[in-house]
Ligand binder design. Structure first.
Ligand SMILES: O=C(O)CCC(=O)C(=O)O
Ligand SMILES: [Fe+2]
Length: 348
């Protein structure tokens, strides 16, 4: 089956539920990107660092190591109520599983405007593009002036309050983590935030990956690193998110009370490359739908980002050119995340 090009939106869940045995060709990855058989196994000793935040001093060193080696780590005892994580996962699942298509479409994002808020699926912009096996529901949550709860579904009586509370809690945790990451670089705790700007932008994306009949040939989400400063992600117990570590894709083991922290590109730049943003991708599987909730923390588009001056010296010159964050976002949407590291274009 071939889908047409030119602005068509394919709802992956509807496609999956129609019972297709072979997925449309646009979802088939080129051979070098296919996960292949056996790409799905994961064990609790995957090596992805887990940091206990109840011991702040001990955490600093572990965080430094994790940021250098992995660009990401899971945190426990992070101060966010576990019940809130559970409620957010349940609500996300409810939207995709219990709401009719008609209801979901009431909250559709504008397919012609990148990063518009709402219910979306990757658009077929040209016939060559490979599509992700994923639908999503995106919310704009910070600064507060961007919150427009009228665009947040009302399928559960408390959904809007839930999103607002989840957003506030993730914002608080992101601020704490940016301090800890600054300290782990030997910098004053406010250093990264000073660069990113007090007025961080936050978006929450609930991703739904329906079962896929050809998980060896398809990806839920293609390899990319996130473009902003810091991502906080929770997932259900299905598993499928992978981090690239020493050229090997490693599955992040689902831990129900943990939050995964992913360094994004701007933090790599601010650290002058001492820390790396984490390349990641999402697999599909043929049996279980999977849900994740990613909360992105980004600089304002008017912000200039460059390596922290405290990390520069004669022996350690800047490795990245200064950039206007808004320009970086535009180039990300034009070129797409397709496997290459957009950040490499800024290397000196
Ligand atoms: O679903 C996941 O686990 C990953 C989501 C993600 O990487 C993203 O939305 O940028
Ligand atoms: Fe991501």
């Amino acid at each position: 089956m071939m889908l047409g090009g030119g602005g068509e939106v394919v709802r992956v869940q509807a496609l999956a539920e129609s019972g297709v045995a072979n997925v449309p060709s646009q979802f088939i990855q080129p051979p070098e990107k296919r996960p292949g058989p056996g790409g799905h196994s994961h064990s609790p000793d995957s090596g992805v660092p887990v940091v206990d935040l109840s011991d702040w001093d001990g955490a600093r060193e572990e965080v430094g190591r994790a940021c250098r080696d992995w660009g990401g780590f899971q945190v426990r005892n992070h101060g966010v109520c576990i019940g809130l994580l559970e409620q957010m996962r349940k609500a996300g699942l409810h939207f995709f599983r219990e709401c009719s298509m008609e209801e979901k479409l009431r909250y559709s994002c504008d397919p012609h405007s990148p990063a518009s808020e709402g219910y979306g699926s990757r658009m077929v912009v040209d016939k060559e593009a490979v599509l992700d096996w994923r639908d999503y529901l995106d919310h704009h949550t910070f600064p507060i002036s961007r919150r427009d709860p009228n665009r947040w579904p009302q399928f559960l009586p408390n959904y809007r309050e839930l999103v607002a509370e989840y957003s506030d809690e993730m914002n608080k945790l992101a601020l704490k983590l940016l301090s800890l990451i600054s300290e782990s670089l030997g910098l004053p705790s406010s250093c990264i935030l000073d660069k990113v700007g007090e007025e961080m932008y936050q978006n929450i994306t609930v991703s739904y990956y329906p079962p896929c009949p050809t998980p060896d040939l398809t990806l839920g989400l293609q390899p990319h690193s996130d473009m902003g400063a810091l991502t906080l992600l929770i997932q259900d117990d299905v598993g499928g998110l992978q981090l690239l570590h020493n050229n090997t894709w490693v599955t992040v083991p689902p831990i129900s009370d943990a939050i995964l922290v992913l360094l994004a590109d701007q933090t790599e730049i601010i650290s002058n490359g001492q820390y790396r943003s984490a390349p990641h991708r999402a697999l599909t599987n043929s049996h279980h739908p999977r849900l994740s909730v990613a909360t992105f923390h980004d600089p304002s588009k008017t912000r200039y980002i460059s390596p922290a001056p405290q990390l520069l010296s004669k022996d350690s010159p800047p490795r990245y050119r200064e950039l206007l964050y808004g320009d970086y976002v535009s180039s990300w949407y034009t070129k797409g995340p397709e496997g290459k590291r957009n950040i490499d274009a800024l290397l000196i």
